[in-house]
Every structure is written in structure tokens, then in C-alpha cells.
Ligand binder design. Structure first.
Ligand code: MN
Ligand code: MN
Length: 326
């Protein structure tokens, strides 16, 4: 028997029972003793359109109950190599967004102080700014892979500088990012001006629009991103609205003609081998998806993130190639 925490299996407790933690892992009060932790941020007071992401962490945990320990495609067995727990939610102040970002930063200083890698269940995208501030305090400036329909680099929204459309502008101001190692993938839709996506490029960031991704495997892109990031610490921020709303309707600011689930999986799996220091999966809004498909996508992508963390060997899967698919 492994000494490491294991997800509660479906042969020990029916999938629809047991604890509502991520993958039905043991709950923990803190990140002490953990290599990686799942942590929720039940927040939607930074949203600009449809709300509901305060309920995201809870539904992602619920819909994670089908996830089994072994990654059949990549051979990753994260629970054989890492101590992982669900440390619950950050106690945000739902009446005060600015107090909430202070509380998030303090909570992540504590997580990172234990040496654990945070895997965040969001929550609206405002939360990535305080996380990146805590990451900088621990690791210095980091590379960033940001998957999103939106650039989230607004100077302000309705005059406010803290909002879910501003986190990467704030992180840039705070010196949290290695500007020659920032990549934004999946940007699309309508803008206020023709040069809406140009600001990031002017900082040295690289942009991959959704149109460039249509009909393509993301594997060649990720090979180039791995070369770009190299040995630098890297953070992965994944906004579920990067997916096409047909696959992920449960989100607040849906944009037409987005990425597919298999492209999303290729992006996360393409992070393997990098020095990942944290990941988040944000903007799941359960009220707009009664079927729960968006939370299923979020739960699976968080599991895939766990599978590519440093310390998890890759490539042990049995390769089944009975046919040549060209
Ligand atoms: Mn976003
Ligand atoms: Mn977005």
C-alpha cells in the first residue's frame, strides 16, 4: 500500500457518494506535507457579465468523482509520486473584491511556504493576479501559458483596476512575468478596437489566436512553447471560456468558435517536462450548464495538470497502435 494519499475508488464507495473533495481525495487543513494541493476560490464578484463562478469549485469537485488515478493515454500515475490533498476553499470576502485579492495572496503565500504546488479551482479570473504575486514572492518572475478567449489585459473595467478582465495587466505591472516567455492561446471574438490584442505583443508576449488553432493539433505549438520556456518556472492559467461554448457553456463571457476539448488536453499535456509552479482552471459557472459538462471539462483538465507536474514520470503508457491512422 502506498503511503501517499489516494482518491477514494468506486469499488470502495459508489461514485455518487463519499466526500465532495477533488477526486474524493483526503481533505487537509493546510498544504503541510503536500507536494501539490487542490484549492478552491469560490468567487464571482470580479465578473463583468454572467455571474455564478462562486459555485465553480463546488461543482468541479462534484464532477471530478469519475476520475480514476491512472492516466491511460500518457501513463502518468500522479498519486504514486506526489502527496496530494484537497485543502478546501480560500475564505474570500464576498462583499469586497479588493479584500478578497488580499486574502487570496495570503492564502497562497502559506501554500507556497509549505513547498506545495497549487492547482486552483476557480472562481473568476481576477484570482490569478494575487496568485501570481505570491508566486513571484516565492519563485521570482515566471513564464506564463495563458489559455483564454480573452487577453485579460484591460487597464480598468468600469473604472476599476481589479476585475476579471485585468489580472495579467496587474501581474505585468507587479513584475510577476518573464515578458519574453508569456504566451496567450485561444484569443478571439469581437473587440473595442482593431488593436485590442496588440498590447501584449508590445510587451514581448506571444499570441496564438483561436483562428490559428482551428482544425490543428496543438502538439507542434506546445513543442515550441517548451523550447521557449526552457528551464524557467512557468505558471499555467486556463480559462474554461477558451473552449468553444458548445463544449463549455457554463461560463460568464462565452465567445463563439473556440478550442475543442482535445486541443485543451493537448495544451496541458504539452506542458510536461516544464518546471510548473502552479496552475489554475477558472471561470466555470454552473448555473449556465445544468448538465455539468463544463465542470466535467474543468475537473479533467485539472487532473491533466496534476499529471504533468514535476516529479510525475511520463510515457509509461502501453502503446496500442493496431492501425495506422495516417
Ligand atoms: Mn480570463
Ligand atoms: Mn475569458
Amino acid at each position: 500500500m502506498s503511503k501517499l494519499n489516494q482518491p477514494l475508488g468506486g469499488n470502495d464507495m459508489p461514485r455518487f457518494g463519499g466526500p465532495v473533495t477533488m477526486m474524493r481525495l483526503p481533505a487537509s487543513e493546510t498544504a503541510a506535507g503536500c507536494d501539490a494541493v487542490f484549492v478552491g476560490i469560490p468567487m464571482d464578484i470580479g465578473t463583468s457579465n454572467r455571474p455564478g463562478t462562486r459555485l465553480g469549485p463546488r461543482q468541479i469537485r462534484d464532477e471530478s468523482r469519475m476520475l480514476r488515478p491512472f492516466n491511460m493515454a500518457t501513463g502518468a500515475a500522479p498519486f504514486e509520486h506526489l502527496q496530494v490533498a484537497d485543502i478546501g476553499d480560500v475564505a474570500i470576502n464576498t462583499f469586497d473584491l479588493k479584500d478578497s485579492v488580499r486574502r487570496i495572496e495570503a492564502a497562497y503565500n502559506d501554500i507556497l511556504g509549505h513547498g506545495a504546488i497549487p492547482l486552483t479551482l476557480g472562481g473568476d479570473h481576477t484570482l490569478t493576479w494575487p496568485i501570481l504575486r505570491a508566486i513571484k514572492a516565492r519563485h521570482g518572475p515566471v513564464a506564463l501559458v495563458h489559455v483564454d478567449a480573452h487577453a485579460d489585459i484591460n487597464e480598468a473595467m468600469f473604472g476599476e483596476r481589479v476585475a476579471h478582465g485585468c489580472p495579467f495587466r496587474r501581474a505585468w505591472e507587479d513584475g510577476c512575468l518573464l515578458n519574453d516567455k508569456v504566451v496567450q492561446i485561444g484569443l478571439r471574438g469581437t473587440g473595442y478596437a482593431p488593436d485590442d490584442f496588440a498590447w501584449g505583443r508590445a510587451q514581448g508576449w506571444r499570441i496564438v489566436t483561436a483562428e490559428e488553432c482551428w482544425g490543428r493539433s496543438m502538439a507542434p505549438l506546445m513543442a515550441q512553447i517548451r523550447a521557449l520556456v526552457g528551464d524557467s518556472p512557468v505558471y499555467l492559467s486556463f480559462d474554461i471560456d477558451s473552449l468553444d461554448p458548445g463544449f463549455a457553456p457554463g461560463t460568464g463571457t462565452a465567445e463563439f468558435a473556440g478550442l475543442t476539448p482535445w486541443q485543451a488536453v493537448e495544451i496541458v499535456r504539452g506542458m510536461a517536462g516544464l518546471d510548473i509552479v502552479g496552475c489554475d482552471l477558472v471561470e466555470v459557472s454552473p448555473p449556465y450548464d445544468p448538465a455539468g459538462s463544463t465542470a466535467v471539462a474543468g475537473a479533467n483538465l485539472l487532473y491533466e495538470m496534476l499529471c504533468v507536474l514535476p516529479g510525475v514520470p511520463q510515457g509509461q503508457a502501453e502503446r496500442l497502435h493496431d492501425f495506422d491512422l495516417g
